[in-house]
Design a protein around this ligand. Structure first.
Ligand code: PLP
Length: 388
């Protein structure tokens, strides 16, 4: 089956009501027809749900769908993207291990490395390059994992997944990729040598700004360890959120097509605007890693970055002048969103620290939504003028 067909048609078994759409299973636990059946389920001799912290029809359906769409052996769902990241690192790393992580990653992911994992005796080195030779040179005898986001948040850096995958294979490192910005519709890291893919389903997978959720998919030997950690420590996804997210997957392909065509139009518009200094969009032909982005992403994604002339105060005036775009921390919504990382998401960093991860004072990040492109461009155009 093709991506779209599977995303729409894969369902857990119907109940006796023969419903068309998967129902919501709001139940904390499941019953057994006999004491013997209970014993078999607990022993794992017989498949079946026991308790919704372990599994539930709605979370099962979502996990199975995401695994298949990413071409993974197995998948589990978690309460949020951060829960997925924490469970992945906590279950796959042990005291004494070393991690090579990109310097361009979500700030809360750095918190997990710098605080929770370091206390467990797990060290991290941040690599500030997309050059594979730099990564190779940073590998230590105790390196166990390589972690990247591509495209990265918020500066959209592109890493060569196949090159990184080959390095990890030859050095026997577990290669973990946060695929939140691309979604499996645009990019499948596991087919390029990744071992585990993480999602914040809160973003494009929900796509409508309603619920939080996360997922871990990949090779069974890794997912089983993560699943065991999840069922014992409890950051499981609620059945309701899983039901919403599974429905959302039915429209992921059509939504991503429009996110990408609108985002490309925004990037091209910004590129020719005299008030805009630089534009970052993976499928613009002047982009740093354009050929890699073209090879591993079918389209450029829904996020666009740019630097507006006039620095921080201009960036703030620009945001205040927007009429259609929403000022909010989310991304991957039907609604277009604009953020100014220097004064919001990354405000706790010094200016030097911001610059070291590519956030200039005038840097703006757009999550381009599904409104009519002419309305999106008109809003950006009037806000550039109004903020002069
Ligand atoms: C939002 C985000 C996360 C965290 O996901 P939550 O669902 O908000 O917990 C992780 N990684 C990236 C790249 C994100 O954008």
């Amino acid at each position: 089956m093709h991506f779209e067909t599977f995303a729409i048609r894969h369902q857990i078994d119907q109940t006796q009501e023969q419903e068309h759409s998967t129902p919501l299973f709001l139940t904390s636990s499941f019953t057994y027809s006999s004491a013997e059946e209970a014993a078999r389920r607990f022993k794992g001799e017989e498949k079946g749900n026991i308790y919704s912290r372990f599994s539930n029809p709605n979370t099962n359906e979502l996990g199975q769908k995401l695994a298949k769409l990413e071409e993974a052996e197995a998948g589990i769902t978690t309460a949020s993207g951060m829960a997925a990241l924490n469970i992945c690192f906590q279950s796959l790393l042990k005291t004494g291990d070393h991690v090579l992580a990109s310097n361009k990653i979500f700030s809360n992911t750095k918190y997990i490395f710098n605080n929770l994992l370091s206390e467990r005796g797990i060290a991290v080195t941040y690599v500030d390059s997309t050059d594979i030779n730099v990564w190779e040179a940073a590998v230590k005898p105790n390196t166990a994992m390589v972690y990247i986001e591509t495209p990265a948040n918020p500066t959209l850096d592109i890493f060569d997944l196949s090159g990184m995958g080959a390095l990890c294979k030859s050095e026997q490192l577990c290669f973990v990729v946060d695929n939140c910005f691309a979604t499996p519709y645009l990019q499948k890291p596991l087919t390029h040598g990744a071992d585990v893919v993480i999602h914040s389903a809160t973003k494009f997978i929900d796509g409508q700004g309603r619920v939080l959720g996360g997922a871990i998919v990949g090779a069974s030997k890794y997912i089983e360890l993560c699943a065991d950690h999840l069922r014992r420590t409890g950051a499981c996804l609620s059945p309701f959120n899983a039901w919403v997210l599974s429905k959302s997957l039915e429209t992921l392909a059509v939504r991503m097509d429009r996110h990408c065509s609108n985002a490309l139009a925004v990037a091209q518009y910004l590129q020719q605007h005299p008030e805009i200094e630089t534009v970052l969009y993976p499928h613009l032909d002047n982009y740093a890693n354009y050929s890699i982005a073209k090879a591993q992403m079918t389209q450029g994604g829904g996020l666009v970055g740019c630097t507006i002339q006039g620095g921080k105060s201009r960036g703030i005036r620009f945001l205040n002048a927007l009429k259609l775009h929403t000022l909010t921390a989310n991304l991957g919504d039907t609604r277009s969103i604009a953020t100014h990382p220097a004064s919001t998401t990354h405000c706790k960093l010094t200016q030097a620290e911001q610059l070291s991860i590519g956030i200039t004072p005038g840097y703006l990040r757009f999550s381009v939504g599904l409104e009519h492109i002419e309305d999106i461009l008109e809003d950006i155009d009037q806000a550039i003028q109004a903020s002069l």
